[in-house]
Ligand binder design. Structure first.
Ligand SMILES: NC(=O)c1ccc[n+]([C@@H]2O[C@H](COP(=O)([O-])OP(=O)(O)OC[C@H]3O[C@@H](n4cnc5c(N)ncnc54)[C@H](O)[C@@H]3O)[C@@H](O)[C@H]2O)c1
Length: 424
């Protein structure tokens, strides 16, 4: 099919946290968009005008797009061939074999093989392992004998926007594009010129590396304070004071704060580099540090409280980071599982996530320990600390790797935290 005859400008395949805001943003800028997803519940929510997850400003955007009639929906990937540009925003998990799981992408390619035609542009927005864009181009060339870069365009345009900041960052973050062959980068660039962000053209593999190493950098930057936190506990030192000593008035760099570091991207993207790494193990060590934070916190609690069996432990926050409803690959779930294996009575509260949890008050009432697992804004309020002081047991241990109330104590009894928070 010749895209020039099409009535659809762009198809976005996979209406998840990346694809849906992108599809809506294209439509809002006047492009005729086809959104494709195989999840009937997701399609029904969008059709009914309900954002299926939280993204700042997206509910209003969805209402505008509904009114403009610029977004069509389909559950068939093959329908994407009606559009000149096909943007793939499908999930790319990692296997437990330290290897990208490309099954969603492979399945979409197979659906498109029979229907996609010359002059289409296929843009991979998903996060992918180095070499994947060339693989996709080779796969299409192998099965349909296209000259990629001339008859058919294939490019990688990685998504680097942070959850909750989509509508702001789509117009500001440099848009990296790595096209295969002569023209692919230019064609993909013309689509993303819809937004105001500068376009940076590069090779496919450099685009892939830039994306995954953006996340590797963050994952590693958070592993260092997490490792320091564990070292400080060993030496009887206060991690917050050591971090202050490192950073105070020091002009070169600075160390981040500790916390539970995970989420669907950071937890797996490093594996895409590690699958062919020449330095096997370095990033696995980074992962191990971050992954061991829940166990470290539990061991610290046991050193102070003794056995956790039959003790009530409140876990505040299931989301992988503050003020999001995304709990995929959050370490809070691992923390809860490990606490259950200690035979603790675990009470969980998170008002953001889809998993049903009890109220804040119920979670902390009579708790022997409270762990702030996610630093949601409402937990950082002094009122939340007061509620813990009023309702939890008098000698409740508070575990606060985020330093929510400025008390600068990783493990401390609630009365100490209250006194220090008032003084700070
Ligand atoms: N979530 C983020 O903040 C973020 C940020 C940057 C990059 N990424 C990357 O972007 C990609 C997408 O991530 P996401 O978080 O949006 O994923 P997601 O799981 O939220 O979305 C994927 C969507 O694709 C749909 N889907 C799955 N298989 C399908 C098929 N065969 N046909 C049609 N639809 C299908 C699912 O129903 C889902 O709605 C991943 O590669 C991820 O690593 C994510």
């Amino acid at each position: 099919m010749n895209p020039a005859q099409n009535t659809t400008d762009v198809a976005v395949v996979g209406l998840g946290r990346v694809g849906l805001p992108l599809a809506l943003s294209f439509a809002d800028r006047g492009l005729r968009v086809l959104g494709v997803d195989n999840d009937p519940a997701r399609l029904a929510a969008v059709r009914d005008g309900h954002m299926p997850f939280a993204e700042t400003g997206a509910q209003e955007l969805l209402a505008r797009v509904h009114a403009s009639d610029m977004l069509e929906l389909s559950d068939r990937v093959a329908d994407a061939a009606r559009a000149g540009h096909i943007v793939i925003t499908l999930g790319t998990p990692s296997f437990s074999h330290i290897e990208i799981d490309m099954r969603h992408i492979r399945s979409a390619l197979d659906d498109l093989l029979g229907v996609g035609g010359a002059r289409h542009s296929l843009i991979l927005r998903s996060t992918i392992a180095p070499g994947t864009t060339d693989f996709v181009a080779g796969y299409l060339a192998k099965h349909r004998s296209f000259a990629v870069g001339e008859d058919l365009f294939v490019a990688h345009a990685p998504e680097r926007i942070a959850a909750g900041r989509f509508l702001e960052e789509i117009d500001t973050l440099p848009c990296i594009i790595g096209g295969v062959g002569e023209e692919s980068g230019e064609v993909a660039g013309r689509l993303f010129e819809t937004f105001n962000a500068p376009i940076v053209q590069t090779t496919p593999v450099q685009a892939e590396l830039a994306k995954i190493w953006t996340n590797i950098l963050r994952y590693t930057q958070f592993a260092l304070p997490n490792l320091l936190m564990m070292d400080c506990e060993k030496h009887g030192a206060n991690v917050f004071e050591v971090i202050d000593l490192i950073n105070r008035d020091y002009p070169r760099g600075g160390i981040a704060a500790p916390g539970l570091t995970a989420g669907t991207c950071l937890r797996k993207d490093f594996a895409f580099s590690e699958e062919r790494s020449n330095a096997p193990g370095m990033l696995l060590a980074v992962s191990r540090v971050n992954e061991s934070v829940p166990l470290f916190l539990i061991e610290g609690m046991k050193r102070r409280l003794g056995s956790l069996a039959d003790r009530k432990v409140a876990v505040l926050g299931l989301a992988f980071k503050a003020d999001t409803d995304d709990e995929r690959d959050s370490l809070s779930h691992k923390l809860v599982r490990l606490l259950e294996r200690e035979l603790a009575d675990v009470a969980v509260h998170d008002g953001h996530v889809p998993t049903p949890t009890g109220t804040f008050e119920d979670a902390v009432t009579d708790a022997d320990a409270v762990i702030v697992a996610t630093n949601h804004s409402e937990f950082r309020e002094i009122a939340a600390l007061r509620t813990i002081a009023e309702r939890a047991s008098a000698d409740c241990l508070v575990v606060d790797p985020w330093n929510c109330w400025g008390a600068a104590q990783l493990f401390a009894y609630v009365s100490e935290i209250v006194a220090l928070a008032q003084a700070s």
